[in-house]
Ligand binder design. Sequence first.
Ligand code: TEU
Ligand code: CA
Length: 562
Amino acid sequence: MAFTPWYKEMAVYHIWPRSFCDGNGDGIGDLWGVLSKLDYIKSLNVDAIWFSPLYPSPNADYGYDISDYTDINPEYGNMEVFRQVLDGAHERGLRVFMDLVINHSSDEHPWFKESRKSRDNPYHNYYYWRPGRRGGIKGRKLLPPNNWTSLFEGGAWEYDSNLDEFYLHLFAKKQPDLNLDNPAVREEVKNILRFWLDMGVDGFREDVITFISKAPGLPDAYPKLPAANGLKYYSNLPAVHDYLKEFKRDVFSRYDCFVVGESPMTSADTALRYVSEGPDQVLDEMIAFSHMEADCLFTEMLPRPFDLVRMKRAFTDWQLKLEGRGWNALYIENHDHPRIISRYGSEKYRVESGKMLAAMYILQRGTPFIYQGQEIGMTNIALPELGMYKDVATFNLARIASRFLPQGKLLKLIQKATRENARTPVQWNDGPNAGFSTGRPWFSVNSNYREINVAAAEADPDSILNFYRRLLAFRRDNPVVLYGSYREHFPKDKNFYVYERNYRGRRLLVICSFTSEQLRFNAPDEIDLTKWEMVLSNYSICFTIGNGFTCRPYEMRVYSNE
Ligand code: TEU
Ligand code: CA
């Protein structure tokens, strides 16, 4: 873990390699493409890159099913070009973080192939293999070992007739859960960590790290839920902290590196177990999910109307609970969620809402993560046919939703809710395939690329892109943004998100409108806005009238008392 808290001041750019930039014309993003964009990344005023998995993978979950933890997927390059990327990043002062997916491997990983050979194979206990149960009317039916459901493909168990046993998979069938409760598997993980750290990698984002221990006996869960049934028996078990402490003791304490854990369905209270500063701290930060559920149920599963109050409550909860104790990871987009402008903002007011949303989260206390394409305000895509989607989580959503939705409505729901919205190729220019590839892109390019692309944004001083650059510089240069305390105003207001940052007398008031309506905004009584200075906004001409102003669609302003 980090020897000093340098990670508190950094901002991170997140690359999902398959759709970032194709360097060799085969239609798939790769590390040659990344190499050609390092200067661009640096120009954003970020300090690090986090790569979604780059390892060899059969792509059942596009890299989150790993078949070799210490190599590079030939689709993305090889070890040599990875080293070039690493060196090129370091030369520019950018750190590099890898994705570590150890809750599960691919079923094509040699460990799994060994483990399914026989019950006494030394690798058998690397996974959760269990005999089935007899049930049904005459007790003849073979049932899985318990009633847990996976997050991606129905039941959580898959039968293997050769062994006459089932293996556990909390995600897809091709993602068998590694048995981290087995100390030998934890030793393997430590060797993987050392391999990359010794090469010069600066840290890890740990995929679903809160799932890496399962309750002894793997008991049935009641009441039976249609998704994530069994959660309490595989999420945030006490041993997770023990294992992370072991990783820290044996590996992370020896490297000045960054460790952030992903934690779906985890509260801020639970997160404190891992990120509270002190001897028991095992992660530098944790990736929260609660603020991404303001328009859906079960992370990005079933959509419901956007509820600003719910979103604010989630942000504020994490801000306040971690204040003085731990550090937040801040994000509003990644490869698992639809594009934020289409979700919490407005495609009609794309530029305004894109800037507002950027300021809304980047000015909070924590390390901001920016996902590829977010910085130019990319939006959702609506593919015309279900058959054009490619992701196992989309298929799962369609399977669940088809139980209660007719075909016509099903497509609409997928278009809105699928995480593939964030996986379309990055739009670099208005040329063929948006400049992503000279070949045929592996996935559909959003047809709005002629208007929304990096080249156009570079040319426009008022673009979302240039706003991100200014915003990140503002954050870097202002201790009140980095270290100030956080306090929310008007938490019940359904249109405005208003919060204050305060550091040694320097105060900032951040005002964000989440509506296309014009509404009067009045500052809290104890603040006299006429005496404060406006330091950031997303409209060019702004007046302060009385103790407030008439707020235009998705307007955002930041006032400072100095
Ligand atoms: O995501 C974990 C996770 O639980 C979700 O984001 C969610 O279940 C999923 O996106 C449903 O659509 C991590 C990775 O970020 C994700 O890309 C992987 O698919 C998943 O783990 C399995 O490795
Ligand atoms: Ca390629």
